[in-house]
Design a protein around this ligand. Structure first.
Ligand SMILES: [Zn+2]
Length: 502
């Protein structure tokens, strides 16, 4: 059956390339993945999945379901992209398709195509072999904002799910077990309200909300030295006023607080709230705050991860061509990182990492977050990293988009879909795997740590975010959407010779 799955997925090279290139060309920011959602759900409906749209009050979220009974396997992957990361694919230096526009500078255009290929292949085997089970596909909307998965959990999307297989782009195959590879986070925006006045004529009558923002930031920048090493606190000013001759009556600053676990994230949030109140007192302004996103630290299921790792070693890395390697090395040269080309060796499975050095109160080793952490806290979950990216990129950057509509991404997705499909088959045919997964979840993972959402009852998904940016860029981006009826690949449509070396 596994050999059959591999063959079926190899036969899907064309539709996979079209899906990966199409989503790349949509290039949509978090909560605005309108074209992407429409496109993916249409494909899933054509493949016989029943689609529920707008789940958890999020317009671009959906769940596509096929099959019946247990086990229930839910496949997820993110679909949003990065501000100002527009980049011509196959070009190993900074070359935006549209200056200032968003782009897939992480590679979230590849994960749902991977899941769809895997699900379509497994569905065929299930039909033929009369295997019982339910497949559910769902997108990570606004992952770059840590914006939705806690709401999915709150809405009960994973209530009856046995196992979640999440896919996330990487520059090699990788799967982790246990805790310690992702930090937890809350994303909070503070809005200060003062009083406007003529900045030269009657400044004493004004109360500057911008002063409060700056004082809060200054407070944090002094406080940094006195929090645990590895805590991460970063901000952007989302509203700094209108023009210098008007004392800013409104100003806002947006913070991410990252730490190893729930309690330490909450500590940072409390310090931040104190800073905001203090800044308001200093400036005679008032302050309100709202939660824009959150993520629990990830905790990945060991039995499923070990099974997936076996499948990774069976599938192996893609066969890279000379052109693929030339593109990779040219990009690495441009980025001034070692010119080691594409991944040639699969790393060991990543074992549980001690999240923190509690004895010395050192804190996490820094690093990113993903709201898959919330999902992993309520149902056995693993994340499959697959090799569609070029090693050495800084992340959240145009450089991480260079490979994402080229043969490198397409091959990585095909290889990843095989691993995903084989792991699904193991879950469908070996009920003891699900039992072991839940045993680990109940008796190891959640033995001492109980999930407690960062969301408060009145918090709602920040679905308005990125509206203006997409309104500005979408008309120009539309002209560059991939037309697979006219062009074999997106590179062809853009007139890019692969690889486009300098
Ligand atoms: Zn991501």
């Amino acid at each position: 059956m596994k050999a059959d799955l591999m063959g079926q997925i190899d036969a899907m090279k064309k539709p996979v390339q079209v899906m990966v290139d199409s989503v790349f060309s949509f290039g949509e920011l978090g909560f605005q993945e309108v074209e992407t959602s429409r496109y993916l759900t249409a494909i899933l409906e054509k493949e016989g999945f029943k689609v529920e749209r707008g789940v958890a009050g999020i317009p671009t979220a959906f769940v596509a379901t096929w099959g019946q009974g247990r086990p229930v396997i839910a496949l997820g992957s993110d679909i949003d992209d990065i501000p100002q990361a527009s980049q011509k694919p196959g070009v190993p230096y900074h070359a935006p398709m549209i200056e200032g526009a968003p782009g897939h500078g992480e590679g979230h255009n590849s994960g749902m195509p991977l899941n769809i290929a895997a699900a379509v292949a497994v569905k065929k085997v299930m039909e033929r072999e009369h295997l019982q089970g339910t497949l559910k596909l769902w997108p990570g909307v606004a992952e770059e904002l840590l914006g939705t998965k806690a709401y999915y959990v709150r809405a009960g999307l994973f209530k009856d799910v046995d196992v979640v297989l999440f896919a996330h782009v990487g520059d090699n195959f990788r799967v982790s077990e246990g805790p310690g590879n992702q930090t937890g986070l809350v994303s909070v925006e503070y809005s200060f309200k003062g009083e406007s006045a003529h900045a030269a004529g009657a400044p004493w009558r004004g109360r500057s909300a911008l002063d409060a923002v700056e004082l809060m930031d200054v407070g944090w920048n002094f406080r940094r030295e006195h929090i645990r090493i590895g805590s991460r606190v970063h901000y952007v000013i989302t509203n700094g006023g209108d023009q210098p001759n008007v004392v800013p009556p409104n100003a806002s600053v947006w913070y991410y607080y990252r730490e190893a676990d729930y309690a330490h994230v909450m500590d940072l949030w409390h310090i931040g709230d104190d800073m905001a109140k203090a800044a308001a007192l200093m400036t005679g302004t008032t302050v309100t705050s709202r939660l824009l996103g959150s993520a629990w630290p990830g905790y990945f299921n060991a039995p499923i991860a070990e099974d997936m790792y076996q499948n990774i070693t069976k599938v192996g890395l893609p066969q890279w061509s000379n052109e693929d390697q030339m593109l990779a090395r040219a990009l690495q040269r441009d980025l001034k990182v070692p010119e080691r080309g594409l991944a040639m060796k699969i790393p060991e499975i990543r074992k549980p990492q001690p999240a923190t050095d509690e004895e010395n109160d050192i804190g996490p080793r820094g690093g990113g977050s993903d709201d898959i952490g919330d999902v992993s806290s309520v149902v056995p979950t693993v994340t499959l990293n697959y090799p569609s990216n070029i090693p050495g990129g800084p992340g959240h950057n145009w450089a991480n988009g260079v490979s994402m509509a080229t043969p490198i991404a397409h091959k990585g997705v095909i290889a990843g879909a095989k691993v995903q499909a084989m792991t699904m088959l193991d879950i469908l045919t070996r009920p003891e795997l699900v039992t072991q997964a839940w045993d680990y979840f109940r008796n190891v993972q959640t033995k001492d740590t109980k999930y407690q959402s960062f969301l408060r009852p009145n918090d709602q998904p920040a679905i308005w975010l990125n509206t203006k940016t997409m309104e500005e860029y979408r008309p120009k981006m539309k002209a560059l959407y991939y037309d697979s009826s006219k062009f074999d690949t997106y590179l062809d449509q853009l007139g890019i010779k692969y690889p486009a070396l300098k």
